[in-house]
Design a protein around this ligand. Structure first.
Ligand SMILES: Cc1ncc(C[n+]2csc(CCOP(=O)(O)OP(=O)(O)O)c2C)c(N)n1
Length: 325
């Protein structure tokens, strides 16, 4: 059967979706290694397995639109256009990092590409995204903000307050819930009684929809609809992307709370391998060209590590600069 959803995409656009997912996978795989080796201090939260959500969502946005992100935000940042060099340097705590080395993995931000910030506070993005959407409205801009958050953050009080406010004022914000089935070691169904998280939108008076977050094209299409609605002044949408994180909650998580057979079953649905098979099957990309993309992105990431390690650490006196309180 013809892949009609893929056929609606220009070949270059489809290949770019693949490239971005590969870039995120290469970046996060490298970050995991660097953390385990102690070359990056502390820990990091990888979204390996969730690349299609980040890439499909950001592909539905204009460069001038905005996103807010979470503690698991490397993919969101890369998909929105933050440079790999600046991100890697940030994780290494160097002055060449996008936040001059002061933010680290959980606080990547780059306003120049509309990345308003990852956030170590679960649910911390709701107020920032909704406030940014209000700012866009006051400036009479037709920009849109996507607020990424996890399935456990949907139970934070901040969601109620912001979603209600955005609904009343029909603000141009899309609430993008990545339902990866877990909050650290707790399964989602132990935290939320609702079977379909998207049903919660009805209580606020705006639409909610569920999409297969392992499918980059389906995610892009669902978010496009929500973005069009927001841009037209009709207000927010809740988009719930079903997905799974292949790695632990953080680097070093013993993962003793989940069945490895379940992990294997989801890994068999790898969003990058699946999309590559669709591109190759649809004659959009050859196997050799796909391999070249992986090699190029791998080199890009390896070079970012070299550049980061060669860059200086911030001077302690910088501790007092760029502080907002
Ligand atoms: C306000 C707050 N409470 C608790 C935590 C500790 N914490 C960090 S991540 C996490 C689970 C987040 O789950 P979810 O929002 O579903 O995102 P996921 O980790 O699955 O991507 C928790 C409870 C925190 N960082 N912030």
């Amino acid at each position: 059967m013809a892949d009609e959803a893929l056929a609606r995409l220009a070949p270059d656009a489809a290949i770019e979706l693949y490239r971005q997912m590969v870039r995120i996978r290469e970046f996060e795989t490298m970050v995991q290694i660097m953390v385990k080796m102690g070359r990056i201090r502390g820990t990091a939260h990888a979204a390996i397995g969730q690349e299609a959500v980040a890439v499909g969502t950001c592909a539905a946005l204009r460069a001038s639109d905005h996103i807010t992100s979470t503690h698991r935000g490397h993919g969101h940042a890369i998909a929105k256009g933050v440079g790999v060099d600046a991100m890697m340097a940030e994780l290494f705590g160097r002055t060449t990092g996008c936040c001059r080395g002061k933010g680290g993995s959980m606080h990547i931000a780059d306003f120049s590409v509309g990345m308003l910030g990852a956030n170590g506070i679960v649910g911390g993005g709701f107020g920032i995204a909704t406030g940014a959407a209000l700012g866009l409205r006051l400036r009479a801009s037709d920009g849109v903000v996507v607020c990424f958050f996890g399935d456990s953050a949907i139970n934070q009080g901040a969601f109620l307050e912001n979603a209600n406010y955005a609904a009343i004022h029909r603000l141009p914000v899309v609430y993008l819930c990545e339902d990866n089935g877990f909050a650290m070691s707790m399964r989602s169904e132990r935290a939320t009684a609702l079977e379909q998280l998207a049903d919660r939108a009805g209580a606020f008076g705006f639409p909610g929809t569920t999409v297969d977050g392992m499918d980059v094209v389906a995610t892009r299409t669902a978010v496009e609809e929500a973005v069009a609605r927001a841009r037209a002044g009709h207000g927010p949408t809740l988009v719930v992307a079903s997905c799974y994180r292949f790695s632990g909650h953080h680097v070093g998580d013993p993962e003793d709370y989940r069945d490895q057979a379940e992990v294997a079953a989801w890994r068999a649905r790898d969003p990058i391998a699946a999309f590559r098979a669709r591109l190759v099957g649809g004659g959009v990309l050859g196997e050799a060209a796909a391999d070249s993309i992986v090699a190029e992105e791998s080199r890009l990431v390896a070079a970012s590590v070299e550049k980061a390690e060669a860059a200086p650490m911030p001077d302690p006196s910088e501790g007092w600069s760029d502080i907002y309180a």
